[in-house]
Design a protein around this ligand. Structure first.
Ligand SMILES: C[S@@+](CC[C@H](N)C(=O)[O-])C[C@H]1O[C@@H](n2cnc3c(N)ncnc32)[C@H](O)[C@@H]1O
Length: 342
């Protein structure tokens, strides 16, 4: 059965549950619907799909196509709506193992149908890319015109925090920082603020996605290093030496995204976070919040939200996600918004 849908979103494999939350935030005009495949979701209702290229967990959005169970190549070829397109290419890739068909056969045969319609091809840098995803986790195939970077080498493996001029072990990995910023801000304008910015991992992603960005840290070495990193990344943001628990927030505030120093079970660190939240609530009535913090290993769940005992005074928790780090350490991403009853 072919699923008639506005678009199919192909997710990267790193953390599909966080990628779904990111898609909900970045495509707010669409209903995001899960499918049997862990890395294919449907978006019902049209959003601005060009935001796909800003996203951490999205390979691409496939538009003007569909999704169906895989049977064989002949059945599949009969479903595609071929048309004349200039400057195009066909790309077929796999998710989650191998369906019994050759991706290059599919590319060749789909390409020849487009060729028969008079399409012209450009394999180096095509303006129009027709994508086909073979998903072995659920035996599905999805196809359509690609909006966004696509799979593989365009992804996050090349964007390591340790390639920056100022690196510390605390530096947040870019794909996590990018997802956090997108989930917190979505399509809203206004400042993204990281009140404990460290080496600037969150600020870089906020600025790269064209958001007004402010970073605070009370360590002057971090402030200098962050400024160096932002310059290296070719983006600008305001960075100030100040105290997270006292600094003055901008009026036009959309979200706080923060990765505080948080020793496991450390009372001092939880007080620092509470005082930081209190400083925000004392100046604003409305803002989103994403907090990333370390916790014990074993809480990770790449498919679903998790439950964890945590409270963020003055804020309502909407969702939590568990992220693997290494054998003895995990991370938790907490998504919240300011309580209206405060
Ligand atoms: C875990 S690090 C942040 C790492 C950052 N996300 C990155 O990608 O590099 C926490 C930061 O909080 C800063 N910090 C601690 N207490 C603070 C306070 N009261 N006000 C501002 N910054 C503070 C520390 O100097 C440190 O740089």
């Amino acid at each position: 059965m072919t699923v008639e849908t506005t678009a199919v979103i192909a997710l990267r494999g790193w953390h599909p549950a966080i990628a779904r939350a990111e898609a909900e935030a970045m495509f707010p005009q669409s209903d995001i619907v899960r499918t049997d495949a862990r890395r294919l979701i449907k978006a019902e209702g049209r959003s601005d799909w060009s935001r796909a290229s800003l996203m951490s967990g999205c390979e691409c959005v496939l538009v003007g196509g569909g999704m169906t169970e895989w049977t064989n190549i002949e059945d599949f070829l009969a479903l595609v709506d071929y048309e004349m397109k200039e400057d195009m290419a066909v790309e077929c890739w796999r998710h989650e193992g191998k369906l019994p068909v050759s991706a290059s056969d599919i590319e060749r045969q789909v390409g020849s149908h487009f060729h028969e319609k008079g399409s012209t091809f450009n394999l180096e840098s095509p303006k129009n890319r027709f994508g086909i995803v073979l998903d072995a986790s659920a035996g599905l195939v999805a196809w359509g015109w690609m909006v966004g970077q696509g799979p593989g080498k365009h992804g996050w493996a090349t964007m390591r925090a340790n390639k920056r001029p100022f690196f510390r072990p605390v530096s947040l990995e870019p794909r996590l920082a990018r997802a956090a910023v997108n989930i917190a801000a979505g399509t809203k304008e206004g400042y993204i603020v990281d009140p404990m910015c460290g080496t600037g991992g969150i600020l870089i992603e906020a600025a790269l996605t064209n958001r007004l960005t402010l970073g605070i840290d009370f360590d002057p070495i971090m402030v200098e290093g962050t400024i160096e990193n932002l310059k290296w990344a070719g983006v600008s943001a305001e960075v100030r030496r100040d105290d997270a628990t006292r600094f003055e927030l901008p009026e036009n505030l959309t979200a706080i995204v923060v990765d505080p120093p948080y020793g496991r079970n450390s009372k001092g660190d939880s007080k620092l976070l509470e005082d930081t939240l209190e400083n925000i609530s004392s100046q604003h009535d409305d803002c989103n919040l994403v907090v990333i913090m370390p916790c014990e290993a074993g809480i990770e769940n790449l498919e679903e939200k998790i439950d964890y005992e945590i409270s963020l005074p003055g804020f309502d928790i909407k969702a939590m996600y568990g992220i693997p780090v290494h054998k003895s350490l995990g991370r938790i991403m907490v998504i919240a918004s300011m309580s209206s009853s405060k």
